[in-house]
Design a protein around this ligand. Sequence first.
Ligand code: GLN
Length: 475
Amino acid sequence: MDLKELCTALSKKEISAIEVTKQYIDNSVNAEKRVGAYITQCFDAALKKAETIDKMRMSGEKLSPLAGVPYGVKDNISTKGIKTTCASKMLENYVPPFDAEVITRLGNSVILGKTNMDEFGMGSGCENSCFGNTRNPHNTKFVPGGSSGGSAAGVAAKEFPFALGSDTGGSVRLPAAFCGVSAIRPTYGRVSRFGLVSFASSMDQIGIIAPKICDLAMVLTEISGADEKDSTSAKSEVPDFSDGIKDGIKGMKIAVIKELSESVSEDSVSALRKAAAELCGCCAGIEEISIGSLEYALAAYYIISSAEVSSNLARFDGVRFGRRCDNFSDLEDMYKKSRSEGFGIEAKRRIMLGTFVLSRGYYGRYYEKALAVRRCISAAFDDAFKKFDCILAPVSIGGAYRAGIKCDDPTAVYKEDLLNVPASLAGLPSVVVPILKNKAGMPLAVQIIGRKFDEKTIFRVADTLEGAVNFEQCL
Ligand code: GLN
């Protein structure tokens, strides 16, 4: 069943929320030995919640479309009364006293648990978690992608029908691509960030991972829209994203960006070619364009995101937030020890890099230049969208890589983000569609990048593409 069929069956009382929840708990218990998608499981609370929803439905109460549907939540999204660790020792025992806005909006859905991730969202392989690695359900020797690795692996292993993640520089797109499922990074501002633990605030967006494009559209409709608790959430009207999703793409103009398609492996090129051929077959026109400034996108992303995270993580000092070390001699010693013990190696690396690019003397040389690159990239996308309805691009250099092989080389991991940071820098929405499997049986995907607040168009293109390629999601 896709999400819509599941919701219909629930609303017609053909199936109960308890039955659905039990089924996904069973799936989770079976899959977890291999996959390790969760940090915290909330199965007992989930069953209680499902029972409450069933009672409400029985009593004739009007419920939201996703009422009674179980889901997974990345562990950097605050959940009242449920640990929210960001996969960091710093927040190992943190229990938020409030729900993130997205959790409130999904109030009648059932949280099955909190999913594993790279610490504070920093990483591309889900190998930077203080709770250990998540494995790719297609082959457990491979990484599931990051940073929302637990959410994507759990969806692929049918541990939950959808999951929330966050995407700063590709963190829902890359893991979805590696695990052969779909994902959306919405336009910056589309979804409230209230309750999402900040990484790089000017790019962070909550995203969705699910098997099918129509599932993403359903969930996005529920969680989008202005929120007075997040001043960067946009006032733009929220359409029903499922509406018109099957309208086809006849006559649409789609661009392929030269710079994003020449730097990938043969596997990724095959996926891109197949997607382009299928879209042409569905009567869309495809043209290659060039955006020269993209050469600097990755460097600009790492400067800006590190600058922002060095500032955002300053609050974890053992006083205001985060763990406090046991023994210390004075205040400074306490800060030092608490932060040294609490943060993992990647978080420390980014704090140092970010502090450096913001420091006097280097601010102009690095940070300001990166902001200028960001403006150039945004302007180039704006220009492209004057002529094209959307952009087709690869998501990864070459699909999932073997666990362990990049752990000693942070820049090799950073390079994985090459294809995903452009949309993040420009605040654009992007949908991931799985296309094929390579010889090793690992999935490869493409992304469709759209105009700001035009998720409807990219959903239409993605849904058409999904129908045309008919990717086999079975493990
Ligand atoms: N891999 C990227 C990084 O480490 C993206 C992370 C994200 O989107 N949260 O910064």
